[in-house]
Structures are given as structure tokens and as C-alpha cells.
Ligand binder design. Structure first.
Ligand code: GDP
Ligand code: MG
Length: 440
């Protein structure tokens, strides 16, 4: 995510760091580069301009603390401004504290509305609430079906009345919810390729009939400034209560994320980071800012790890990892943990310092499956002492797992390299790395 922008900012700040003293000119030059980087990331030009101006003022005016590298102080000013630009504090969703809480999901066609509807339903379910998804996109029969399939996949009730229009369906859905002790109603509305009046009128009507607690606009982060303009228009007509940035897992340049709050004044509440229904996160301005600056996002990593990893087990693994005692038995456990956490790249990209090293490496899930097969063909003894796996053992393992000897060699080579890398890191700095994260 936003890797180009991150690279540009990193190289700009590198030039600033290590200076004993910074002149105003140093700062101005750096800010020119920052502005350029923002524009290249498709940030709204007004937003980029005022951002840089504000940073410049603060950086030039800042008392230079003797104990800190002035370049790092500028980085901190940029970080703080980024956090502000993204909305300052996290904006929470309406709590699920009445029966029913009503969510209206809107946005252009293809932005990710139906997917988000399913994601919020799953979120509600995980909080032990009873959700109801409502098919209010009746224009395309396929849309109704798509939502039904999603709902079925997570065993959530789906509401649709054949032959009725979206306004009636939503009204009936709320009635149904009131009668049936539903906690959260999520209405998946129709989209268009472009904003048009008819659609807006329909959405206004639904809003009026159901008085939603949240009107969430889904903005496709991949579409840059278009997403920002769309958000502004929806907000003007509907008074959207929150923006959801979707497809943040793709190679969005960052323009939408960085401009949308400032341009619309509407808080970003959620980040959608994949096609799977579990890929939804609360939006945290500070975390995204630190990720954009390439500082890594240790906070979400820890949280994510905590959700899925048994902590005492994680600590034990971290210990082993850093002492180079990590073995193939642990590896198998790790693969299973990682599968629960989501795509490897997204998890590993959050580890400070690792994001860079992993750049360009693609984690192929099939490759992982293959490694797993090879490890499963090892004896327990071999898994615990990979050093003992000699030539004849390699041949046996290869045959047993249906792989070539080269594949086995390759895995062992990677394994030892990794062990070494972590051994070194363990001696140095990665003490804070949450255990249970396997950098393969
Ligand atoms: N990679 C990625 N794909 C997404 C995300 N959200 C939705 N999609 C995909 O985008 C496409 C359109 O999503 P859909 O929910 O049908 O959009 P709608 O037309 O607004 O209802 C589908 O293929 C989804 O799987 C996301 O956060 N990341
Ligand atoms: Mg849809």
C-alpha cells in the first residue's frame, strides 16, 4: 500500500537526517519534495499545498531540541500533520446498542458496497449480535443473489421482497428487524457508474424512511481523486456519517485516503483491505500515517497477532526465533497461525524494517503449501534438528512429498538463512517483535 509515496518520503527524510543543524533552506527543499511526492500519489493539489505549508511553518518555527536529530524532528512534524490530515483520532462506528442499529451502505457501482455489507454483518456476528442484510440493490438480479450468497456463507439472515422497490424493501426490513430482535440492519443500496439524480433521490428516500444510524459511503481507494469527488457529492446530498476506504490492499497510490477527509470533512471510519469478509479494520489515522512514513505499524501488527495467536505460545516462539532455535515444528504451527491472519504480505509489511526487505517478494500461497508438504515428510527428529538433514534424508523427503531434491534444498537454504537473520536481529533490535510471526 502506498509504497511509492513511502519510498519518496523516506528518501527525502534520509537527506534531512544526520544533519547537525537544519537551515530553513534544507526544510524548504525537503518540503518541495514532499509536495511533489504527494502530488504524484494523486493527493488533491490544494490539500498537498496546504499540508506542506503547515509542515513548513511548524518545522521552521520548531525549537530544535539538541538531543534529537533535527531531521527526525521534521519527520515527527510531518507525521503529526499526516495524522491530522487523516482525521486526527479514530472515528468509531455507531455502537450496536439498540435494536436495531441501522446501517445504510452507499457508493458507486463496484466500489465494494455489497462486500462491505457482508463484512459489517460478520463484524456484528463476531460481537454476538444478530445482523440482517437487506438487498436494496434491486436493479440487477445478480446483486440480490450476490448478497444472498455472502449472507449464506456466514449464516446471516438475508432480506428481500420480490417485486418491491428498494424503498419499500428497506422499510419492510426495518419492521421485520424490530419484530424479530435483530440488532443490526445493513442495507446494501444500488450504485451507478456515475452519480445521477435518480439514484440520489432513491437514496434520500431510503434514508428518510429508515433514519439510519450510519450512512457509510464506500470509496474505492484505487480510483484516487475520483473517489474524493464522488464522496463530496454523496455527502452533499445524503450527509454521509462516515467514509469506508475500500481496496486499500491494492496498489492505491494514496491520493484518495489522504484527501478525502480534508475535502469532504467526513471522517474515515473503516478500511477495507481485501475481498474476504474478515478483511475489515477500524480506520486509525495514526497507524496509516506511520505506515505511509515507512515506520511500520507495530500497533496493528500486535493487535492482529493478539487476536489470533496464543500469547504465551507467541512469547515462547519469539524467544526461539531470536535465539535461532526456531525449527520446522514451529514452522508448521506458524503457517497455520498466519493463515488465520490473512495474506502474508499484509501481515509482514507491518513489521518495521521488514517491509523494505520484503519488497518485491511475492508470497505464493501454493509455495507455502509445497513447503508444508515437504516439512510433513520429515520425521519429528528432523524437524527439530534441521541440521541433521543430509543428502540421503533430502532424497527421501523429496520422494515422500512428491517434490524434487532441489525444492528440498531450497527450503533448507531459506530456512537456515532465515534463522541466521533472526539470530542477528535478536542480538540487535527486534525485541519488540511480537512472537509468532514467521518471515518466510
Ligand atoms: N481487493 C479488494 N477487493 C474488494 C474489496 N472490496 C470489494 N472488493 C471487490 O470489488 C468487487 C466489487 O465489489 P462489490 O461489493 O460487488 O461492489 P458493489 O458494486 O459496490 O456492491 C468485487 O469483486 C469485490 O470482491 C477490498 O477491500 N479489496
Ligand atoms: Mg453490490
Amino acid at each position: 500500500m502506498f509504497s511509492n509515496l513511502t519510498d519518496k518520503l523516506e528518501s527525502t527524510f534520509k537527506k534531512l537526517r544526520g544533519h547537525g543543524k537544519l537551515s530553513e533552506k534544507n526544510i524548504r527543499d525537503a518540503m518541495r519534495e514532499v509536495r511533489q511526492a504527494l502530488l504524484e500519489a494523486d493527493v488533491n493539489y490544494k490539500v498537498a499545498g496546504s499540508f506542506v505549508k503547515s509542515v513548513e511553518q511548524k518545522a521552521v518555527g520548531a525549537k530544535v531540541l539538541r538531543s534529537i536529530d533535527p531531521g527526525q524532528q521534521v519527520v515527527k512534524v510531518v507525521y503529526d500533520e499526516l495524522v491530522q490530515l487523516l482525521g486526527g483520532k479514530a472515528a468509531p462506528l455507531a455502537p450496536f446498542d439498540k435494536q436495531p442499529v441501522i446501517f445504510m451502505i452507499c457508493g458507486l457501482q463496484g466500489s465494494g458496497k455489497t462486500t462491505l455489507t457482508g463484512k459489517i454483518a460478520l463484524m456484528a456476528k463476531r460481537k454476538k449480535k444478530k445482523p440482517l442484510v437487506v438487498a436494496a440493490d434491486t436493479q440487477r438480479p445478480a446483486a440480490v443473489k450476490q448478497l444472498r450468497v455472502l449472507a449464506d456463507s456466514i449464516s446471516v439472515e438475508h432480506f428481500y421482497v420480490d417485486g418491491k422497490g428498494p424503498e419499500d424493501i428497506c422499510k419492510l426490513a426495518v419492521k421485520h428487524a424490530q419484530k424479530n430482535f435483530i440488532d443490526v440492519v445493513i442495507m446494501d443500496t444500488a450504485g451507478r457508474l456515475h452519480i445521477d439524480d435518480e439514484l440520489m433521490a432513491e437514496l434520500e428516500k431510503i434514508r428518510q424512511l429508515t433514519t439510519p444510524d450510519e450512512i457509510l459511503l464506500v470509496a474505492d481507494a484505487m480510483t484516487g481523486q475520483d473517489a474524493v469527488n464522488v464522496a463530496r457529492e454523496f455527502h452533499e446530498r445524503l450527509e454521509v456519517t462516515g467514509v469506508v476506504l475500500s481496496k486499500l490492499d491494492g496498489d492505491a497510490r494514496g491520493g484518495a485516503a489522504l484527501s478525502i477527509r480534508e475535502v469532504t470533512g467526513c471522517p474515515i471510519k473503516l478500511a477495507s483491505t481485501g475481498e474476504k469478509l474478515g478483511d475489515l479494520e477500524p480506520f486509525h489515522p495514526d497507524r496509516l500515517a506511520s505506515r505511509i512514513l515507512g515506520m511500520g505499524d507495530i500497533v496493528s501488527l500486535v493487535e492482529k497477532a493478539q487476536e489470533t495467536v496464543d500469547l504465551s505460545e507467541a512469547e515462547r516462539l519469539q524467544e526461539k526465533l531470536l535465539k535461532s532455535k526456531f525449527d520446522f515444528e514451529d514452522f508448521l504451527g506458524q503457517v497455520n497461525q498466519l493463515k488465520k491472519m490473512g495474506p502474508l504480505e499484509s501481515v509482514l509489511g507491518m513489521v518495521p524494517g521488514l517491509g523494505k526487505q520484503l519488497k518485491g517478494i511475492k508470497f505464493d500461497e501454493r509455495e507455502i503449501e509445497r513447503m508444508t508438504a515437504i516439512i510433513k515428510s520429515m520425521t519429528v527428529q528432523e524437524r527439530r534438528n534441521p541440521g541433521m538433514i543430509d543428502g540421503s534424508r533430502r532424497r527421501r523427503i523429496a520422494a515422500g512429498s512428491g517434490n524434487s531434491v532441489q525444492a528440498v534444498n531450497q527450503l533448507l537454504k531459506q530456512f537456515f538463512a532465515m534463522q541466521k537473520m533472526f539470530g542477528n536481529l535478536g542480538k540487535k533490535k527486534l525485541k519488540g517483535l511480537p512472537g509468532g510471526i514467521m518471515p518466510f
